[in-house]
Design a protein around this ligand. Sequence first.
Ligand code: DLL
Length: 432
Amino acid sequence: MFWNTKIECMPSEELRSLQYRELKSLVNNLYSFNKFYHDRMKAENVHPDDIACLADISKLPFMYKQDLRDNYPTNMFTASNSEVVRYHVSSGTTGKPTLVGYTRNDLGYWTEALARSLTSVGIGSDDTMQVSYGYGLFTGGLGLHYGAEKVGATVLPAGTGSTERQIELIKDLGVTAIACTPSYLVHIGDVAKKMGIDIRRDTKLRKAVLGAEPWSDNMRKHIEETMGVRAYDIYGTSEMAGPMFTECEERNGIHMAGDIVYCEIIDPDSGEVLEEGQKGELVVTMLKKEAMPMIRYRIKDITSIDNEECPCGRTSPRISRISGRSDDMLIIRGINVFPSQIEYTLLRIPQLAGHYMIIVTREGALDRMVIQVEIKEEAFSDKIEDMNKLRAYVEAELKKYLNIAAEVELKAPGELPRFESKAKRVIDKRVF
Ligand code: DLL
């Protein structure tokens, strides 16, 4: 099912020439009318005339989150206050927040992107969709709300929190689809079980649109097997607009609508553009943004790109699931490891539940990593030797697949923190 067949299935050649035209006019406009972009291009000795084909985009300078911070709140805006109709604010972990502004058209194509995405996973007017992302400054709630309304779904704006009430609503209102973080859905599953509600048997919930944090294929399997819900990955960042793009039914990568965004993958160290299929840092150019343009914005998420037409018929490039952020990568005694790889390895082990924490400390010159992970109710045993055996097995698996020595602490069901919005599973206490 397509929302906008003409664009979604546009022949690749045509799509690329559309992208080039959009890029060219964007660069011309910004060079002429925007001080930030003009100065940045001048400093790098690039002129709009140097952009003679799509690949020439690599001549343009990168943009960084720091640019948004330095120009906080509105110095990078290219629309006047009377044209801006919405703000969202991303809190971030350090420094000033970043402010994102939207014109009416910006809200329009954001919603269009979500309408295409939801349609591609089979969510439409027959669905009742519970939006359990945060509403407010975070983009998740309002973004999915508008997208779901656009496709005609009945929207339940649940937001985060009051989990028991959310579960009652899922049951009472016949909710068929939910949008939330993967970690929150796992929590919903656990709480439902405690309430004596079997999501698969007692509710109509069948689809979940999960994102805003990295999650692994094994987390997907865990969710699908325990709850009977088909889970789809949704991706986006507040600088792009918010949540925007999902996998289709094929689930072989996230479709990055080519008329809205142009994606590149670069080597994080050298900044060189990498070949299709190679893993690196995602760089996006938003082709339609009005209030706050983004050219070659370095998101820092690690992924790869696939330009092959998808069996679903869509021609937009696809990115592989995000393996983490380049700045979230842990270096433990010289070995690079992403938290999502740890998750993947843990959730291969059937006795373990989807709740874990990674704690890194430094003792003397040595890094120490402790992984706390909950055991499933049915796998929990009072016998110390059983638990020791399982612990040793988990440690050996981590060593085998990731080549890291980690100490594992097994936790009883319910012992570790639960997250309603983005999970914060890594505590790195090292001082660099
Ligand atoms: O998290 C937007 C969003 C809301 C996406 C709801 C999906 C669903 P930010 O708060 O700006 O925006 O955070 C963006 O979150 O750079 C990634 O590191 C991470 N992220 C978002 N979606 C995924 C995903 C929203 N599907 C940052 N897989 C991004 C992995 C994700 N990481």
